[in-house]
Design a protein around this ligand. Sequence first.
Ligand code: NDP
Ligand SMILES: O=C(O)C1=N[C@H](C(=O)O)C[C@H](O)C1
Length: 269
Amino acid sequence: MTIKIAIAGSSGRMGQMLIEAVLAQPDCQLFTALDRENSPAIGKDAAAFLGKSCGVNISADFASLAGADVLIDFTRPEGTLQHLAACQTHGVNMIIGTTGFEEAGKAAIEAAAHQIAIVHAYNMSAGVNLLVKLLEVAAKTLNTGYDIEILEMHHRMKVDAPSGTALMLGDAVASALGRSLDECAVYDRQGITGERDPSSIGFATLRGGDVIGDHTVIFAGMGERIEISHKASNRTIYAQGSVRAARFLNDKKTGLFNMQDVLGLSEVI
Ligand SMILES: NC(=O)C1=CN([C@@H]2O[C@H](COP(=O)(O)OP(=O)(O)OC[C@H]3O[C@@H](n4cnc5c(N)ncnc54)[C@H](OP(=O)(O)O)[C@@H]3O)[C@@H](O)[C@H]2O)C=CC1
Ligand SMILES: O=C(O)C1=N[C@H](C(=O)O)C[C@H](O)C1
């Protein structure tokens, strides 16, 4: 059975990776390709950037979602929330990779999952989702005497910080330790900060060049330091994860899922 896939943010860095990935899958059809109304991409063939034609022109018309199975959205929170409303109207499932949501946006996604099925994950790669599991083991093993710090680096074009992935990793570690990330996260240090609170989880954000996405979680003890890292070298990992998520959602009507569910990692350990 062919999965009819719509893509939002079609001319973006991830949008283009997704179009290429979907066109390469025999069980997937690029059903419609969306971009913003004022985007110079509107009206162009969605595969033009590959030097090809796929017969789907990029459009700003949400009505083109009617008949799609799933929309894959890597845009910006405000765009994703508009697409979420359109998907509810047209009964289209959603895969959301966008990061940087406020609490209200997260709540809107949760509410929409009573009507459509949604995979929402701040990182679609298999490697990062494996890291979540490794971190749960590390946090439970090194649960006293180790200071936890999370370092992330991304390209100069990234607009949100810390990355969604860094927050997801922090949340996994905090949960494994029975802490709430909201209560123990430290996002800034400057001036006379005083000694480190041992229950805190610190974040450091680096931005520069074309770095696709590096994340390191550090457990710093007295006499040893454990660093668990993931470094992305190609955005195909996120596109491939999204296609897996589309297959996973194909028999689902409602519900909110993450990549742990898609990859079958929820039950591991
Ligand atoms: N979950 C994951 O695995 C990953 C998540 N991401 C996240 O995906 C998002 C997109 O990243 P990336 O592709 O690098 O970003 P880009 O800026 O390259 O692409 C964003 C796309 O979305 C469009 N867009 C922006 N604002 C809106 C809006 N309000 N309504 C509709 N469309 C809009 C842009 O159009 P225009 O150019 O006209 O502004 C562009 O086509 C980010 O939040 C990023 O953090 C990225 C990689 C992996
Ligand atoms: O903006 C990006 O590029 C990325 N964003 C996601 C995030 O915020 O974690 C995932 C990946 O790190 C790339």
